[in-house]
Design a protein. Structure first.
Length: 403
């Protein structure tokens, strides 16, 4: 009885390496599917974590530090009295944890005619709003100026006819420079333009408005009734909940029920929900990329089996057992998957880091995401090569040599 043939592990990997080097172009294209899948997996998870960190930072800086107080009026629907006291801003600013606070409202004019030239409202001013705001309210909105300056407490106290324009409003009215002291006309009443706001981190909708001092609006148009006034309050991080509870009593100890306070939600639960949703979505996308890579390896390995039928038959005729044939193709697909995992993981890390640098972000990448990429690539290659390897092992030597 003759001894059955044996194939040592070093010989197995040697055969697999020889098979890969025999067709370098095909081997590269076969590994490319895993490279792209692993790279997408690492990049997607890394970019998700990095973007989540930016969401967290921006949410903390803006939403968690913003409190809104609305004038709810009294229980009587006909009660249109202005609920905020004259020193409302000073009372709010005196609360510990408040950085800035101020009133703002839409001026009670149903259809104000806003134009750059008196007597000719035209179509440019259509859709623009007229908003009154205290200087401290603009501060709490965190404006970025394009031109000029904002109005200040002096203009507000004296009721000066001045205005600042949102960027969209300035574009519609054709205000592109301030050296000629341009004015806008509201129902033919001139307001000198002091500045143009390029962006507002809070209340960005006001970029489509003409903003005048609250004192000027009170003198010219009276207190707001419909819609009512609001107070925007910027707090220090972590103080919003406490400030929100104190504001109604601080503003009107005699009638705190005349105000509705909108405080930010709990940041931990909200950030956790956002991160969980993003992680689930992008992990699904990354998994799809890996499946595509595995299908690519399986397809290419199967084609290689069909093309190497004669070689398989010759090996079988020389004594190779089916397990040796299967092992050879499994070793090739696993090695290709391992190589794809190493290269893909490196590319994924590079994508995350370069994207973070380009966006001036802080790159966030879990160590396990990178550590598992070689093993994940090898596992994908192993699973993808199972069917082709089993098919190769079932080829009979006589039939293979006839082809």
């Amino acid at each position: 009885m003759t001894d059955r043939s044996r194939l040592a592990v070093p010989d197995l990997f040697g055969e697999a390496l020889a098979g890969m080097l025999q067709r370098p172009g095909r081997s590269t294209l076969t590994a490319l599917g895993t490279v792209l899948g692993i790279a997408a997996f690492v990049a997607v998870l890394g970019l998700t974590a990095t973007a989540g960190g930016q969401i967290d930072r921006r949410f903390t800086e803006l939403a968690v530090t913003e409190v809104t107080v609305k004038d709810a009026g009294g229980a009587d629907p006909l009660d249109t009295a202005f609920s905020f006291p004259d020193d409302a801003t000073a009372r709010a600013a005196a609360i510990a944890g408040v950085s800035a606070a101020g009133l703002h409202w839409t001026v009670p004019l149903r259809t104000p005619a806003i134009a750059a030239v008196p007597g000719t409202p035209g179509r440019a001013g259509q859709g623009l709003g007229l908003v009154a705001a205290e200087p401290s309210a603009l501060t709490a909105m965190r404006p970025a100026l394009r031109l000029g300056r904002l109005f200040d407490a002096f203009h507000d106290r004296r009721g000066e006819r001045v205005a600042v324009l949102g960027a969209a409003a300035a574009a519609r009215l054709g205000v592109t420079r301030l050296d000629g002291h341009p004015a806008v006309f509201v129902d033919d009443v001139p307001y000198t333009v002091l500045g143009v706001i390029d962006d507002l981190q809070r209340r960005a909708d006001l970029l489509l408005s003409v903003i005048i001092p609250a004192g000027t609006a009170m003198k010219a148009y009276g207190p707001p009734t419909d819609p009512r006034a609001e107070m925007i309050v910027e707090t220090r991080p972590g103080a919003a909940a406490v400030v929100a509870g104190q504001l109604p009593v601080a503003l009107r100890p005699d009638a705190p029920e005349r105000f509705t306070v909108l405080a930010p939600p709990d940041p931990q639960s909200l950030r956790g929900g956002i991160s969980s949703d993003l992680d689930t979505l992008f992990l699904l996308l990354a998994t799809v990329c890996l499946v595509i890579g595995a299908v690519g390896i399986a397809n290419t390995t199967l084609v290689a089996v069909l093309e190497r039928t004669g070689e398989i038959g010759l090996r079988r005729a020389l004594g190779a057992r089916p397990v040796h044939i299967a092992g050879q193709f499994l070793a090739e697909s696993t090695a290709l998957g391992l190589l794809g995992g190493l290269v893909g993981g490196s590319i994924g890390v590079a994508v995350v880091v370069l994207t973070a640098l380009a966006r001036d972000w802080t790159a966030v990448l879990a160590p396990w995401t990178v550590a598992i990429t070689p093993a994940a690539g090898a596992l994908i290659g192993l699973l993808a090569g199972l069917y082709p390897a089993l098919r190769a092992a079932r080829i009979e030597p006589v039939e293979a040599l006839r082809r």
